[in-house]
Design a protein around this ligand. Structure first.
Ligand SMILES: *[C@@H]1O[C@H](CO)[C@@H](O)[C@H](O)[C@H]1NC(C)=O
Ligand SMILES: *[C@@H]1O[C@H](CO)[C@@H](O)[C@H](O)[C@H]1NC(C)=O
Length: 352
């Protein structure tokens, strides 16, 4: 092509259709096709939201959000999907992975079945994925591990099972919710690599010990909920490093040994639940002296002493222990069982 012809071609293109709207129609045309495929797989639409999913203007569909890209021309693209609480049943088709401009997907409280499409590996811009409270199943959706921008991952209240991959804890997540699934997994050694402020693994069958690496989460971790699992062994003393932590719940597990003295350094702690384990020894006074602690539940263990300062907390519960002079304690014969007087220095990670 001579420069002159190039000029003419370019000039006529620019005159006929502005480049941005030409590109716009390409991106939104793909979105149109993909969303129509998805719509056809939906088997239940309680609030009739999909009645708005007609015509080429996908940006006007209920639950579909468009935004302009930062690139020159300000291309309009589908940047988000928010169908929370819409009572939809169906699946997530592979075609959704073609919506490569997506920054967020919020599908919580619907009845989606199946799993997360493998094609989601193409969603390199996705920062938030919330599929909580659906009926998704299968093993951990490993496709999320190939989403470099993901910061918020919420798959709680589904029927996922199997183990949690170690790579999950090398992601740059701010929040991780995998609670209320059927995961049967240990917590990988690299757990402490996760820079999240909130981590919820509750109500699964998570077993084994809490890795010492948890101590490395000191500058970021604000809440961690591990309750109602099968975690065992002693509580690692490194937990005392978590100076930003406000909520710690390890209730209803199988922890043994004492509460580490180091926990007296968790100066931001407001709520602490260690109830229903096989913990023993004295409650460290340093814990009850924490300046922000409002609620400390340590009932149904084998503790044999709590300093008076613990009984001055706004809220505490010490029932079902072996504490002389306190009401509602265990019968003497349960308390003389030496089994729970373990030495954590030698216990290691595998002690049941
Ligand atoms: C505890 O977790 C199990 C699943 O491991 C669940 O079935 C049960 O409802 C949970 N209990 C509570 C009180 O949430
Ligand atoms: C405590 O230990 C006893 C005896 O080994 C066991 O039967 C019980 O299930 C344990 N309870 C918890 C909450 O780990």
């Amino acid at each position: 092509m001579t420069p002159r012809i190039t000029f003419v071609v370019l000039f006529s293109l620019l005159c006929l259709v502005p480049t941005s709207s030409l590109l716009l129609s390409l991106h939104l045309q793909v979105a149109f096709t993909v969303l129509q495929v998805w719509r056809s797989t939906i088997t239940l639409d309680l609030h009739n939201v999909l009645e708005t999913w007609v015509g080429l203007d996908v940006c006007s569909y209920t639950g579909i959000y468009c935004a302009q890209t930062l690139a020159v021309g300000g291309l309009l693209v589908v940047s988000g999907i928010d169908l929370n609480h819409f009572g939809l049943a169906g699946t997530l088709p592979e075609e959704l992975g073609q919506l490569t401009d997506l920054a967020f997907i919020h599908l919580n409280s619907n009845q989606f079945t199946g799993s997360i499409p493998k094609s989601f590996r193409n969603l390199k811009l996705l920062t938030e994925l919330d599929v909580s409270n659906n009926q998704l199943s299968g093993t951990f959706p490993s496709v999320v591990l190939s989403m470099p921008s993901l910061r918020f991952l919420d798959i709680r209240f589904n029927a996922f099972e199997g183990t949690l991959p170690a790579e999950l804890f090398d992601m740059k997540l701010d929040a991780l919710f995998v609670n209320d699934n059927n995961f049967a997994s240990s917590i990988p050694e690299n757990f402490g690599n996760l820079p999240a402020s909130v981590v919820v693994l509750a109500n699964n069958d998570i077993y084994g010990c809490v890795p010492e690496s948890i101590g490395r989460m000191s500058s970021t971790l604000h809440e961690i909920l591990l309750l109602n699992n099968s975690l065992s062994s002693c509580i690692p003393k490194e937990i005392g490093n978590l100076v930003e932590l406000t909520v710690l719940d390890i209730g209803s597990n199988k922890f043994v040994g004492p509460l580490p003295e180091s926990m007296g350094g968790m100066r931001s702690l407001e709520q602490l639940n260690v109830a229903e384990n096989n913990l023993s020894g004295e409650i460290p006074a340093g814990i009850c002296e924490l300046p922000r602690l409002r609620n400390f539940t340590y009932s149904y263990n084998y503790f044999d002493d709590d300093p008076p300062i613990c009984l001055n907390l706004p809220k505490y519960s010490d029932d079902g222990n072996c504490i002389p002079g306190r009401p509602a304690q265990r019968p003497q014969e349960e308390c003389t069982n030496q089994r729970f007087h373990v030495s954590c220095a030698t216990a290691g990670c595998n002690l049941a």
